[in-house]
Ligand binder design. Sequence first.
Ligand code: SF4
Length: 206
Amino acid sequence: MSTSDSLEKIAHEVATCTRCPLHSTRTNPVPGEGPSNAQIMFIGEGPGFHEDRQGRPFVGASGDFLTEMLNDIGLQREEVFIANVVKCRPPGNRDPEPAEIKACREYLDRQIALINPRAIVTLGRFSMARWFPDARISQIHGKAHTFDGRVVVPFFHPAAALHQPSLRQTVMDDFRKLLTLIQTAAENQPADSDDEPEDLQQLSLF
Ligand code: SF4
């Protein structure tokens, strides 16, 4: 990451990006949004119909559910950073191709480096695969892990709960333990870690 990098610079580059075929079918790029000092970053899969129209992440039904879940645990959407593994909508909401995820990865890498969130919540299997390439989401959802001093928690994508009502309670249960998971994982980091756990009380229900 360049010392002169910024979220605005990334958004500008995404807006003119032609690295993968998704640029040719997008209406608007969706770089992501949220404060540059967010302590929690949510990473989904890719923009859908409404996101593509508005150029903002998670603004359709999945976004409404995400916002509802955040509010349910005492967080405001404006407090967290929300992004996707690909910044342009896959046509017809198809899954992003591995080559598209690879082409777009640098933007997400730079966003993570700039924001340096305390915790990352992956939403769905595509963002989960970045940290847990061989895992099944049904087996590891709702469990916190640490990578280089950062907590990573895989969740089901909110859309999964909308498409499978039986998952809704699972998603809600995962969200309701999120802040405790982050706090516990941070406290259990090795004692020689340079990254001291930070009190998340200002964000949490503790
Ligand atoms: S999805 Fe990513 S890599 Fe592909 S055109 Fe959009 S910004 Fe570029």
